[in-house]
Unconditional design. Structure first.
Length: 75
């Protein structure tokens, strides 16, 4: 079973860093990642992909910060 993780961060380098760090687990099919640039984009991705197992979010982002996103997720 592949765990699907949504990473929410406005820094463009985060995607490359995460993919590099977890390359073996990705290759083995243990985990997969989806990336969003802010909380609003993350909420849209969560609606479109109901099988996301974990959300990892930055706190300081444009449009919707990580704390607001966490509050919306609880709703």
């Amino acid at each position: 079973m592949t765990a699907q993780i949504l990473v929410v961060d406005d820094e463009p380098d985060i995607k490359a860093l995460v993919l590099q760090k977890f390359r073996h687990q990705i290759r083995d099919g243990a985990i997969s990642f989806i990336f969003a640039g802010d909380g609003i984009e993350a909420l849209a991705m969560l609606e479109a992909n109901g099988d996301i197992d974990m959300v990892v979010a930055d706190i300081n982002m444009p449009r919707m910060d990580g704390l607001t996103l966490l509050q919306k997720l609880r709703e």
